[in-house]
Ligand binder design. Structure first.
Ligand code: NAP
Length: 281
């Protein structure tokens, strides 16, 4: 696909900011909720009609996984209704649409990495709402790229590495050692998105940092990269109860072209550590 004008929704989020940087040499229109609430269908239609982008990348979502358990309506609005509106409006105007989903659509009971054709079975409201969004997007616009990613982080926004760096001022840090996933550095994802958009190969893709790890090993690797000496103790999920259940093993892999394979999660940590300008504690 060749495109010039790209609309990014949810542009102030972690992924939204990485996409803005990635497409800075395009005509990128970056909107967040104050510019366009994707839950308002008529507003979405009007906005798209006015700017007529060549492609829409939806980085907007309700991402508060634990809050979703009690605020189900907000989760379904942000993660299912919003993407449905964008998919409907883009289809009406013959615009390709890229949407993002999550490893949390899987239950994590598998013992090998999840590929695109594995059966989703979400454990949490967040995962259920994201799966509902996937279905709406597939139904509403056949020219869709549905990209599942995982454990996303960036040098901006709210995420695990930034929290765990802040906690390193403590005497010791306790981190869960029995949940496995694919940490994904947002700029690496944005680069893979750019490669995927060069194709017209619509469909579902797993794009996440290659390889898998636990939150515990992720922490140790990050601390090592930043020269932090704070001891890290492994704990179990049961020692750190949270409202939303997480999949125990949700490493993502792709059965599709290696040209969109992301760098390893360790390279993600290295790039994050090199770009991180904040204080560690
Ligand atoms: N973060 C992860 O670990 C992770 C893992 C797997 C998949 N994903 C998926 O990756 C995508 C990007 O995640 P992210 O971490 O970059 O999210 P994020 O940092 O939370 O950013 C989401 C952005 O969307 C905005 N937004 C929320 N509701 C909106 C609405 N109705 N209309 C327009 N904008 C709205 C948010 O604004 P407010 O901040 O004002 O609400 C925020 O700026 C999402 O689809 C997410 O489900 C994320």
């Amino acid at each position: 696909m060749t495109f010039r004008k790209v609309l990014i929704t949810g542009a102030q989020g972690q992924l939204g900011q990485a996409l803005q940087a990635q497409f800075s040499d395009h005509e990128a229109i970056a909107w967040d909720i104050q510019d366009l609430d994707i839950c308002e269908l008529e507003a979405v239609r009007k906005a798209l009609d006015k700017i007529r982008p060549d492609v829409v990348l939806n980085a907007a979502a309700f991402t508060q996984v634990d809050q979703a358990e009690t605020d189900q309506e907000a989760a379904y609005r942000g993660n299912a209704l919003g993407p449905k509106n964008l998919a409907l409006a883009t289809h009406e105007m013959s615009i390709p649409f890229m949407h993002f989903s999550t490893d949390y659509v899987f239950d994590g009971r598998q013992s090998r990495p999840y590929h695109e054709f594995d059966q989703p079975h979400p454990l949490s409201v967040y995962g259920q709402s994201k799966l509902a969004g996937e279905k709406e997007v597939k139904n509403a616009n056949p020219r869709h790229f549905l990209v599942r990613t995982a454990w996303l982080y960036h040098i901006v926004g709210k995420n695990f590495p930034r929290t765990i760096l802040r906690l390193s001022r403590q005497q010791q840090v306790r981190v869960v050692n029995d949940q496995f996933g694919s940490p994904t550095f947002a700029p690496h994802l944005a680069r893979a998105v750019a490669r995927l958009l060069e194709t017209d190969a619509y469909g579902t893709y797993h794009l996440a940092g290659s390889g898998g790890t636990s939150w515990y090993d992720f922490t140790n690797t990050l601390y090592q990269a930043r020269g932090i000496q704070t001891p890290v103790s492994p704990i179990s999920t049961a020692d750190y109860p949270l409202p939303a259940p997480r999949p125990a093993y949700a490493v993502l892999t792709s059965l599709q072209d290696p040209f969109i394979t992301l760098p390893s999660w360790e390279e993600g940590v290295r790039d994050f550590a090199a770009q991180w300008k904040g204080e560690d504690s």
